[in-house]
Ligand binder design. Structure first.
Ligand SMILES: NC(=O)c1ccc[n+]([C@@H]2O[C@H](COP(=O)([O-])OP(=O)(O)OC[C@H]3O[C@@H](n4cnc5c(N)ncnc54)[C@H](O)[C@@H]3O)[C@@H](O)[C@H]2O)c1
Length: 253
């Protein structure tokens, strides 16, 4: 309890499996949470957390647009007075399965890059700028993916490429912004079973278990606990780090 007492945390993708779990856990640990998602259902999820005593608000918006980030920051400051942590969890996956360079779906490619990368850049232009201007020693947590850490045979698939770019950018941001006392870290999940990807896990779940050293799929809370640690003062000397939450998958791929 209280590992995040009074820390104001923006969490995007908060209608999704991992970041919804994180929103619940952050509130239990004393944080004030701004849940953001493009799906309206994030509002009901925030209400549920509020009923359990959480200090939380929800914003519905597309994080690939700069105006959304301006609204997120304004609402956060108007409601909670400051911002300590920003978790860039919103993501689109490339699910067409066609990774051939000649026939790849360029519309899907653009959506994946806009959502996964542009949103991160806007979080820096808006939230990081606010932290620097107000001398707040906050922190950012971005999501890369175990699929971005090694060869996975999918050539130009947008998703792992976008996650590889996030990895490089997060390390660079940690190096260049350490002087402000602002930390940048990453989570690299794999095979964490989330409701919105049920179709994928129904189809490939057994295979994923077979290639995972711990022999099982992860739960959203497994990733949420790692986020609590990175967002908390327990990690105050940790920047540029990546925690894998993948049952050991990346040790053997
Ligand atoms: N589940 C895993 O095993 C796994 C593996 C690797 C990486 N990740 C990463 O973990 C993070 C959380 O993913 P998850 O597994 O909980 O997936 P999820 O699909 O449950 O959650 C993603 C959320 O992002 C939201 N979103 C998508 N585009 C948006 C936009 N433009 N604006 C606002 N919200 C938007 C979706 O509505 C969804 O609620 C993601 O960054 C994902 O890439 C997860």
């Amino acid at each position: 309890m209280n590992r995040l007492k009074d820390k104001v945390c923006i969490i995007t993708g908060a209608d999704g499996g991992i970041c919804h779990a994180a929103s619940q856990l952050f509130c239990q640990e004393g944080a004030k949470v701004v849940m953001v998602d493009k799906d309206e259902t994030v509002k009901a999820k925030a209400e549920e957390i509020k009923k359990q005593g959480g200090s939380v608000i929800a914003i519905v918006g597309d994080v690939s647009k700069k105006q959304t980030w301006e609204l997120i920051l304004k609402t956060t400051i108007d409601t909670f007075g400051t911002v300590d942590c920003c978790i860039n969890g919103a993501a689109e996956y490339s699910l067409t399965g066609d990774w051939n360079t000649d026939t790849i779906d360029m519309k899907e490619w653009d959506i994946v890059f806009e959502t996964n990368l542009k949103s991160m850049l806007y979080s820096y232009q808006v939230v990081l700028k606010y932290m620097i201007d107000h001398k707040i020693k906050g922190n950012f947590i971005n999501f890369t993916s175990a699929t971005a850490l090694s060869y996975n045979g999918s050539a130009c698939e947008a998703y792992p490429m976008s996650k590889a770019a996030i990895k490089i950018c997060t390390s660079d941001m940690a190096a260049t912004n350490g002087k402000y006392g602002i930390r940048f870290n990453m989570l690299a999940p794999n095979s964490v079973k989330v409701p919105k990807l049920n179709m994928v896990f129904d189809k490939y779940g057994d295979w994923l278990k077979s290639i995972t050293p711990l022999g099982n799929l992860g739960e959203p809370m497994d990733a949420a606990w790692a986020l609590v640690f990175l967002a908390s003062d327990e990690a105050k000397f940790i920047s540029g780090a990546m925690i894998t939450v993948d049952g050991g998958w990346s040790t053997c791929h």
